[in-house]
Design a protein around this ligand. Structure first.
Ligand SMILES: NC(=O)c1ccc[n+]([C@@H]2O[C@H](COP(=O)([O-])OP(=O)(O)OC[C@H]3O[C@@H](n4cnc5c(N)ncnc54)[C@H](O)[C@@H]3O)[C@@H](O)[C@H]2O)c1
Length: 371
């Protein structure tokens, strides 16, 4: 390897676009991706104390939120940029859009810049399945799926492949969303039943997944709908003022969360006093706390999405992309012969200080135009 190639190998960042991520999922298959991400989540949650954790930083506006989600251990650092704008679909944009970075802690070098919209759907579904493996009744076969938007098929397939769910009972206030889901999953092996209300969909279900989007304190599930032994996978309540469960549903169940300081602000439990008892999932996954204790218990995963899930998903995606040779090399970081001579980059091709080569205008004119 010559010096230039060696230097480039040191600075290049792998870039995984949304189309490259589609190719990755098509190549591996969605079941393998869900299983792979679930395994990475389980492994990383299993070494919870190794991570430098914080609640995500959220910038709220009238119609949505934009969030930054950083986390690191001694080896790798990751962050995700993600939004949540329930009204977006009316303007032809997804409710949730994301991208993120995986970097080397030793040097700070970004290893991967990746799309994370598709990846978020996969990791959220994988996380829900990991939680349900610990909390739902092992004989669960029927799931109600309330909210049939962008995340829904991923949830359906994660529960099908990782939990053994065979039948889905579907409801969405937008019938076109249910049409889309039924068309997308027609060959999945799942029995699909369209329902006319949440109450009808939930009746007799073993697991209820709520994955709706509305910037309000909604009551998708009310106490009268809850049956003994149900597991509730509450995914859509993930922001201050954006919840899905009636507070009494929470009060009557055992509630499990990802990272308590973040869920107290963002989860359905934001409706309850700060001392309402919850259990962090990592404790269940490492055997330090009990998951489901009885077949009749009602359990709730109050999911909001935690940075460690994206860290795990980025690790999975990076390894898979490297193995499959997917993605491009991105010159995000300057390639420097002498790392102290950053200014020297500007002097390539004979350019010298204070001399503009391409622009015939004076510097003040160029500056004024750029404003
Ligand atoms: N917990 C997490 O880790 C996590 C991760 C990603 C997304 N989310 C959340 O999941 C939710 C769904 O995301 P998405 O990308 O699928 O959004 P989406 O807008 O594509 O789909 C949401 C669906 O919910 C339906 N809906 C709204 N109100 C409803 C109601 N009262 N009853 C039934 N259906 C209703 C809408 O018609 C829509 O089809 C969002 O709130 C998002 O913020 C959570």
């Amino acid at each position: 390897m010559d010096m230039t190639t060696a230097r480039r190998a040191r600075t290049a960042t792998r870039y995984l676009s949304a189309p490259a991520m589609v190719r990755l999922v098509q190549t591996l298959g969605i079941e393998a991706c869900l299983r792979g991400i679930a395994e990475h989540i389980r492994a990383d949650f299993g070494r919870w104390p190794d991570f430098d954790k914080s609640a995500r930083v959220a910038n709220h506006s009238r119609d949505g939120v934009i969030e930054l989600m950083p986390i690191a251990d001694k080896t790798l650092y990751s962050f995700k940029y993600v939004n949540g704008h329930p009204k977006n679909t009316r303007a032809g944009l997804p409710t949730v859009m994301a991208f993120g970075v995986l970097a080397e802690v030793d040097t700070g070098r970004p290893l991967l810049l990746s799309e994370l919209t598709l990846t978020t759907a996969l990791r959220t579904a994988a996380m829900s399945a990991v939680a349900a493996q610990a909390l739902a009744r092992p004989d669960s076969r029927v799931m109600a799926l309330i909210g049939n938007g962008a995340q829904a098929e991923f949830q359906a397939l994660a529960f099908h492949h990782l939990l053994g769910i065979r039948e889905l009972r579907l409801f969405d206030t937008d019938p076109a969303a249910t049409d889309k889901l039924m068309a997308n999953l027609r060959n999945s092996g799942l029995t699909l039943t369209r329902c006319t209300s949440t109450a009808e969909a939930v009746r007799g279900a073993d697991i209820v997944t709520t994955v709706t989007a509305d910037k309000t304190n909604a009551t998708i599930l009310t106490p009268a709908m809850i049956e003994p032994g149900m597991h509730l996978n509450a995914v859509g309540g993930d922001c201050p003022g954006k919840t899905e469960l009636h507070a009494d549903v929470l009060r009557a169940a055992r509630v499990f969360v990802e990272y308590e300081p973040q869920t107290r602000i963002e989860g359905d439990i934001q409706q309850l006093p700060a001392d309402f008892p919850v259990t962090e999932l990592w404790q269940v996954l490492t055997g330090q706390a009990a998951g489901r204790r009885a077949a009749s218990e009602v359990t709730i995963f109050d999911s909001v999405g935690f940075a460690l899930e994206d860290y795990a998903a980025l690790r999975f995606v990076y390894a898979a992309a490297e193995r499959l040779g997917l993605g491009d090399e991105l010159d995000l970081i300057p390639d420097l012969e002498d790392p102290k001579n950053l200014f020297g980059l500007l002097q390539q091709r004979g350019w010298i200080v204070n001399q503009a080569t391409a622009c015939p205008r004076t510097a003040p004119e160029c500056y004024a135009e750029s404003l």
